[in-house]
Write a protein that binds this ligand. Structure first.
Ligand code: MG
Length: 231
């Protein structure tokens, strides 16, 4: 009996292209203007100071810093001040309606139906703050309150069994009462090792079926019956 659902976002509820091809380019395009318009915001000032420290150059102008931040985006640097300023730019983008998070139709319909039956939780490598921003500004409206809780990698890596054990504990259920949905085969394996029910979502644009994969794979949420056979 499934008593809760845990879902991944990228490649599962939403297409992967959005983060790579929409959100990252947006943060790059907006960088110069955003810094100019928010240069007296203490958070932005702090980010600018951090960049100067990292570059070991106190004489950098705001324009220089914007240039460096854009270069870090191109280099795909996972660096704190970049993540922070991108968070601010995306927040503004979602709030002004310039960014809208796409949700696959089947995921939207099924989650809408399932939330009336069991609590649904999110587990994504994007921060909990980013997850909330995402679901409150989707292309189908604000669906933030569909979810009973949000987990990010602060609880542990998505590829480690222990993370799923910890999540089950936090939810207050046995892993065998939870259904986990993700496109990533390593995440599916880790959750299954923790004892969760698992189904791998294989979106034609985002992933491929794996031959002889030991767990069930489907191309849409429509193929999943909550209390049917999940194996
Ligand atoms: Mg994913």
């Amino acid at each position: 009996m499934i008593k809760a659902i845990l879902v991944d976002i990228e490649g599962t509820t939403s297409p992967i292209f959005f983060v790579k091809e929409v959100m990252f380019p947006y943060s790059k395009e907006r960088m110069d203007e955003f810094i100019k318009q928010n240069k007296s915001n203490p958070k932005v000032r702090q980010i600018i100071e951090e960049v100067k420290q990292i570059e070991n150059n106190p004489n950098l102008t705001d324009e220089d810093v914007a240039q460096i931040l854009k270069q870090w985006i191109d280099e795909d640097k996972k660096i704190a001040p970049l993540k922070e300023i991108q968070g601010l730019i995306w927040k503004e983008g979602f709030e002004t309606g310039k960014l809208k998070a796409p949700i696959y139709e089947d995921a939207y319909n099924r989650l809408k139906e399932w939330k009336e039956k069991v609590p649904i939780y999110i587990y994504s490598s994007g921060s909990v703050e980013a997850q909330k921003l995402f679901f409150s500004h989707t292309d189908k409206g604000n669906i933030l309150d569909w979810f009973s809780g949000y987990f990010d990698t602060r609880i542990g890596s998505k590829k480690e069994k222990e993370s799923y054990e910890k999540i089950a504990k936090e939810i207050g259920l046995s892993p065998s009462e939870i259904l986990f949905l993700s496109d990533n085969p390593d995440e599916i394996k880790a959750a299954a090792e923790a004892g969760m029910n698992v189904v791998r979502i294989v979106r034609p644009n985002d992933a491929e079926y794996i031959k002889d994969f030991p767990y069930r794979q489907v191309s849409s949420f429509n193929e999943i019956e909550l209390n049917g056979d999940l194996s």
